[in-house]
Ligand binder design. Sequence first.
Ligand SMILES: [Cu+2]
Length: 299
Amino acid sequence: MHLKRARFLVALFVALCLLAFSLSCGKSADDEEDAADGGDDTAEVALTPYKSGGQEGSIAGTISFTGAPPAPKAISMEQDPVCASSNPSATAEDLVVNGDKLQNVFVYIKDGKVGDRNVSSFKFDVPAQPVKLDQQGCRYVPHVLGIQTNQPFEVINSDPTAHNVNVDAKLNDKFNQGQPPSGAPITKQFKRAETVIPVKCNQHPWMRAYVGVLSHPFYAVTDKDGHFEIKGVPPGTYTVVAWHEKYQQGITQSVTVGQSEKKALDLSFSSSQLAQGNTEGSILTMLPALELPMLGEHH
Ligand SMILES: [Cu+2]
């Protein structure tokens, strides 16, 4: 009897030890998460609201393409008759050159100093109006767009066919959501700066869009004439990046904007870089702008 009782007590003791151990493990994981969250919150509190000094300037210019661009690649949309009929002679959008001007380049301030303070230490107003990504003719419109952190991001389906919106973020929450014809808009936000996030459609493999998320409003996308303009830039010295999906490195340029100065910035990408074949995987190697990657996961 005594032996049985002793065995039972030992077994109970071991079980309690295991329980205590697992609880302490769970607790320490929670503590780490809390600490990471606390760190984030502290960082946000430390941001200074940006106040206009009335002497903002701009950075504007043209992105060119030197050398002969490859012929636009035809893409077949036959797997979805609705797409094929709406877009019978579609060409790929991964390299759109008009004359010698390059469209769909995302030009943005990566970091820099406003006076003696880093641009990332300011909190900029977030527009209340959403940035819209439409699906038209089984294409994303626009192909490349910029948005601020915490600004509404609205995906619309204008097509009479179903799409699947697959936002493949690394630092932000991913989402992957079907959207029927005339379906309700999908509205999301991005919490962290991330350049750039690819958007894919699981239904239509040719569909791609790219979303550049920044904690400030200093970005622009080149139009069909390769032109861009970044407005409202506080006087300062910045690292400006011109990103294009075909180029692994992008172009990085230091730019100083004086008081109320309209700074010209003209850059060019070349066909020879494309020919060297070192251009794939560009989205994987781009570093996040301004914000450091966070250690803890947010939920
Ligand atoms: Cu689609």
